[in-house]
Unconditional design. Sequence first.
Length: 422
Amino acid sequence: MLRKTLILTLLFAFALAACAPASTPTEAPAPAPTEVPATAAPTPQAPVAVAPEHNLTDGCVAEGQFDPNVDYFPEKATLAYTENFSIEYHNNYKVVTVATPYPGATESVEYVLVQCGTPAPEGFLDEQIIEVPVQTIVTMSTSYLPFLDELGLLDRLVGLDDATYVSNPTVLKMAEEGKLTMLGYGSGVNVEKALELAPDLIMTYGSGAPEYDAHPVLLQAGLKVVLNAEWMDTSPLGRAEWGKFIAAFFNKEAEAETLFAAKAQKYEELKALAAGVTEKPTVFTGTAYQGTWNVPGGKSFAAAFLTDAGAAYLWADDASTGSLPLSFEAVFEKAKEADFWLNLPFVATLEDLKALDARYADFAAFQNGNVWNNDAKTSPNGGNDYYESAVAHPELVLADLIKIFHPDLLPDHELVYYRQLK
């Protein structure tokens, strides 16, 4: 009975299903797209400026990487002997000031050395702004060449005033091979050649006399010109310290500091050695020219050399830093019995000296054979290396002088710049 009831129930359910209207199958609704939160496009970030560990001696700050808070001159020059120039450092530029750029100057001159790839400061004239490191330079004095040489910068030399009296063999070879442009001297400097060459920098000197100075016409032409007043410094080490002046234009302060420190140390050691002598020979210098005998002032660099070498310079008590114009008679009166006679221009032998004026033979130094000249190193064209490399090497000059005045103090030293006239 129970089974029959179950069968009837199922048949009834099937009948109902058959009578129901057919339904169209429907697709399941597509899921709604998931909304992704909008994000801003990444903002380009400026390159992070990294403070250099060393001065940039060959390149510039890359575009977009200048940071005004970064010190781009971590290697700085310090000055101990010269008083005629200074360097004031800022983060991306340095102000080099020459206190007395030429004799009679009433104002100092300033040069603003700007690290290339960074902005120049405001408040300066365009002629004062010089991008560093300088890549090409013209020098108008042979005394700048030894500094360029020892700093490894001769490859940046592109011109000279003239190569006739150059002693540096590398520079002479460059000139012979036509790698250097000669611009000429003074106010007659070839401005057209200079403009065509377009060097980053022309380094020259000032005399204060317009007919002898090249810088006014070069500046007027819009060229970058600096005055180097090394020749006006009153001490041997002060002159040598101008190597740091040159180095600053190439960001080579570190190298210049190392080079100068070694020279200064040696010079001071030699000076201390000579200071211990008990007997100081008397000495005078030069010859008369057109009736005037110019002797170094007592406070000049030439007098300092003689004093530091343990000699008694006859005009040491004079207070001038330049030269004293005297008559032949005045010099003879004071120096006729002097022990040594030094630095005679354009004199090769004792006979040459006597031929200039027979009275020269009356000096005791002449009669005793104690006449010494600073022309032991000359170039084929007559250039005297004493006026070139000796500027950068006062320690070698001092050693020569000590060897002459007190040979027992430096028995192993071989003379570099001096020779005895025969």
